[in-house]
Design a protein around this ligand. Structure first.
Ligand code: GLU
Length: 359
């Protein structure tokens, strides 16, 4: 019935909250109605929903002043309970089961954790339960946090190999100029190779952490993994049905997927840049070889410097001779061994091609 079999839907805080910060139950219930209908028509759905902090804020009056971390912990603890309760009740009205999956960056940082998380979402989908995912804001503090739920939704989409990721925000998509100007239009399709950064608004939304630039970056990356990404306005009536049932009839920005879907391991690595424990600097020849047509592993001979302390199997960044990050990979040696081997001929690859994701 649909072009897709499995999709991820990311709903931003601004879609779910009213201007005064209260949870917008009318909108929430309408989104649930649409998702229930889609699921009943055979589509598998993973929901990544923000809104915990925003909905908790309206519930609690705090005595005195709280620091950023404490207020986020307090509001998300209360708000997430409220959010999931509402979702549960709304989905129940349709006889659709849903469940809560709270995650942290750390729960996805090693391959073992990642596969465990993947298994959890997989078994829910197999049993027709809609996973409702969010970051566990009560325990993710600053340096261990996802940049925002856009980043989380990209990671989950790659992990669960969805056919499409729909990011619902409070604008119609990516505009070719400032959205406030009548002369600006929503860009309907973005090809993988197109660089649009110049026309993207860098302002942040009122309640969420992400902005359009992060959405754009995530969308490009996810599309390069063979997943179609659609950025649309979650406040438009029946937006999900319009996107899925009337292909191209509603204002939104589509990122065309690359035909070449990478392997599961490479996808995990591609989304693991923020877990990197160090950097490996390489010379011009090695950079040329890695970026060339032929699948090439990174050998010790091409390495000129090692930064940071890492263990075997950790994730590191690969930096070229012009200081550009050109890839992310899983290392076969620890940092001391790489430093010892660098510049030398022979030896096994420091990063095997199968564990290297080029940017
Ligand atoms: N996890 C946060 C929440 O539920 C939202 C993060 C974001 O805005 O992307 O409130």
């Amino acid at each position: 019935m649909y072009r897709f079999k499995r999709i991820a839907v990311k709903v931003g805080s601004n879609v779910l909250t009213r201007a005064n910060g209260a949870l917008d139950l009318t909108r929430m219930s309408s989104l649930v109605d649409q998702m229930a209908e889609l699921q009943q028509n055979g589509l598998e759905i993973i929901l990544i929903s923000s809104g915990a902090v925003a909905s908790g804020r309206g519930e609690i009056t705090v005595k005195g002043k709280l620091d950023d971390v404490s207020s986020r912990q307090l509001y998300s603890a209360v708000g997430q309970a409220k959010l999931i309760n509402r979702y549960y009740d709304f989905f129940s009205e349709h006889g659709v089961a849903c469940g809560q999956v709270l995650t942290t960056k750390e729960s996805l940082s090693t391959r073992r954790h990642y596969l465990n998380q993947k298994n959890c979402v997989g078994v829910m989908l197999e049993n027709k339960v809609i996973p409702i995912m969010n970051e566990n804001d009560t325990i993710s503090v600053t340096e261990l946090m996802f940049t925002d739920n856009d980043e989380l939704s990209g990671l989950i989409s790659a992990m669960m190999n969805v056919d499409a990721l729909i990011i619902l925000s409070n604008v119609d998509g990516i505009y070719d100029g400032p959205p406030s100007l009548p002369s600006s239009h929503v860009i309907a399709v973005i090809d993988r190779e197109q660089e649009m950064v110049d026309c993207i608004q860098t302002s942040q939304s009122a309640f969420g952490r992400g902005g359009m630039l992060t959405k754009y970056r995530i969308a490009q990356k996810v599309a390069s993994e063979g997943i179609e990404v659609i950025i649309a306005n979650g406040r438009t009536e029946n937006i999900l049905l319009k996107i899925l049932e009337t292909d191209g009839q509603v204002a939104c920005t589509r990122f065309l997927p690359s035909p070449k879907a990478s392997s599961g391991v490479k996808k995990w690595i591609a989304h693991s840049g923020s877990f990197a424990k160090g950097e490996i600097h390489i010379n011009e020849n090695a950079a040329k070889a890695l970026l060339g047509e032929k699948a090439t592993s990174l050998l010790p001979i091409g390495i000129v410097a090692v930064d940071g302390h890492f263990e075997k199997d950790d994730i590191v960044k690969v930096i070229d001779n012009k200081k550009n990050e050109i890839g992310i990979g899983k290392v076969s040696y620890d940092s001391a061994k790489v430093a010892e081997l660098m510049g030398k001929k022979g030896n096994k690859p420091v990063i095997h091609y199968d564990y290297l994701s080029l940017i």
